[in-house]
Design a protein around this ligand. Sequence first.
Ligand code: PRP
Ligand code: URA
Length: 209
Amino acid sequence: MSRVTQITHPLIMHKLALIRDKNTGSKDFRELVAEVSMLMAYEVTRDMQLETVEIETPICKTNCKMLSGKKVAIVPILRAGLGMVEGVAKLIPAAKIGHIGLYRDEETLQPVEYFCKLPQDIEERYIIVTDPMLATGGSAIDAIQLLKKKGAKNIKFMCLIAAPEGVEALKAAHPDVDVYIGSIDEKLNENGYIVPGLGDAGDRLFGTK
Ligand code: PRP
Ligand code: URA
């Protein structure tokens, strides 16, 4: 069963409030999305494996813990997931970055795939899928399905804002995937937008529309 974690750290809540504000322009929006993503990544990576290594300080030799185990891939769902990559990659600079291009058809709300480029050894990596919005859940579900088709096993999904409908759909479709969310909002409106949400994440990040 998926673990769903809402990360209610005060810094994340404060920055999410600024992100939601319709008067926040693209430059600040991008910076805030990067900052919240970095803060969330701290929690998302909490179960990463460690190994003991010997380090020599200027004083003496000592045993320390360093990351071991699987290498990481960050996989943004284009476009808006791109805005979260910088923050996560700052904490995990050795991560490789894959890209999955999906857009929601405005009429049917169904995701349409237009791009997929992943690290060659994706099946061996610890994967963090990023997308600021989990609305109906269709895009996240399809992106994760695509990753699994390429052999990926160890997948986590992180988003800034989710609708309860999207969380339920994602849990049902991928019970093996842990989900990390900044805020679970009230509902979806008749156009498939999250209420209160933040509007269209891609447009706000990139200044389109
Ligand atoms: C947004 C968002 C998610 C998707 C969420 O992308 O970034 O990918 O909608 O909706 P869903 O859960 O109902 O699938 P959009 O399709 O607007 O594409 P864009 O990022 O290119 O603007
Ligand atoms: N995609 C967005 O960018 N915003 C929403 O509220 C729903 C889907």
